[in-house]
Design a protein around this ligand. Structure first.
Ligand code: PEP
Ligand code: MG
Length: 315
């Protein structure tokens, strides 16, 4: 039946008229990567490496990290793998690096900012990844979380390239980086939008507070506007701009993102068939119309309703 056909479709992500949109998986462990060996995904768009650091009193060694990254790269057999450097702090506390004296951890020394207080963590991780690359002959993509400005992007790119990594990018999840996406693109090879944190910081609403879900909605026009600006800057720079936040797993939002020019969507593997199907039902031009309608909304609900109205009823 229809559900089975959905599950059996292993084609690459594309609109009805063949415009490609990479469908990638979000993972947290090498085991997750191994479960993808036969899965119909084009790769991994977000490897949340902090899972490897959780529940420990010290950081894993270079050797241990290299083994894990090697397993993940091998499991994907040459497909794209985007490894995110440690994103500790705030909603992802880590005993041995997260400071307990910060009043606002979400605004504190977290994500890429840890390079200020614990530069050896970044060095170990980048060298471990480069070692995994040498062992496998696979070139991983590497990106840093919570980049705020072009100086941070430039410094991260320098560190990663010095370690021997060739495909270097950053996450855009801080509004300042989104507003200055053109500058950020000039320093890196690709960007990936983290819409979970982008919504949190744009709306000044703690992502851990269930009572604020209406503000954290990725359909909020202000969030859509920032995504559109980043996507546009990516087009200008002719560099990939992906999305790896939860919003990529919503088939209707996936059409909007495609219409805005986003080049890859990374999500939990279970969400991929639904997004693949939605894309296959719409041309690129239809996606652009859906994105335009969504951007015309004055509220999150209106943006979503406007997109829904233009979308194929089967989606
Ligand atoms: C995000 O912020 O959207 C994201 C993908 O990263 P995380 O949820 O791990 O912060
Ligand atoms: Mg994030």
């Amino acid at each position: 039946d229809a559900l089975q056909r959905l599950a059996d479709d292993t084609s690459d992500g594309a609109t009805a008229d063949g415009h490609p949109v990479q469908l990638l998986a979000n993972i947290g462990t090498a085991e997750d990567a191994e479960r993808l060996t036969d899965a119909a995904v084009e790769g991994v768009g977000l490897f949340r490496t902090e899972v490897l650091f959780l529940g420990r009193t010290t950081a894993p060694t270079r050797e241990e990290q290299a083994d894990t990254y090697e397993r993940a790269l091998r499991a994907l057999g040459g497909r794209k793998v985007v490894v995110r450097t440690l994103d500790a702090g705030a909603d992802k506390p880590l005993a041995f690096v997260t400071r307990s004296d910060e009043e606002n951890p979400a605004l504190g020394v977290r994500g890429y900012r840890l390079v200020r207080t614990a530069p050896e963590l970044m060095a170990d991780q980048l060298h471990a990844l480069a070692e995994a690359s040498r062992r496998t002959g696979v070139e991983p993509w590497v990106m840093a979380p919570m980049i705020a400005d072009v100086d941070e992007a430039t410094e991260f790119a320098r560190l990663a390239r010095e370690a021997g990594l060739a495909k270097v990018g950053v996450m855009i999840e801080v509004p300042a980086a989104a507003l200055r996406a053109r500058d950020v693109f000039s320093a890196v090879d690709f960007v990936s939008l983290g819409t979970n944190d982008l919504a949190q910081y744009t709306m000044a609403a703690d992502r851990l507070l269930g009572g604020l879900v209406d503000l954290l909605d990725p359909w909020q026009p202000a969030v859509l506007e920032l995504v559109a600006a980043v996507s546009w800057a990516g087009g200008e720079a002719e560099k990939p701009a992906g999305v790896c936040g939860e919003s990529a797993s919503d088939p209707l939002m996936a059409l909007v993102l495609t219409g805005l020019g986003i080049t890859s969507l990374s999500m939990s593997p279970a969400a991929v068939p639904g997004v693949r199907f939605a894309l296959s039902k719409h041309t690129r031009e239809q996606c652009e119309a859906i994105a335009g309608a969504a951007r015309g909304g004055r509220t999150a609900a209106a943006s979503r309703a406007a997109a829904l109205e233009l979308c194929d009823p089967e989606v």
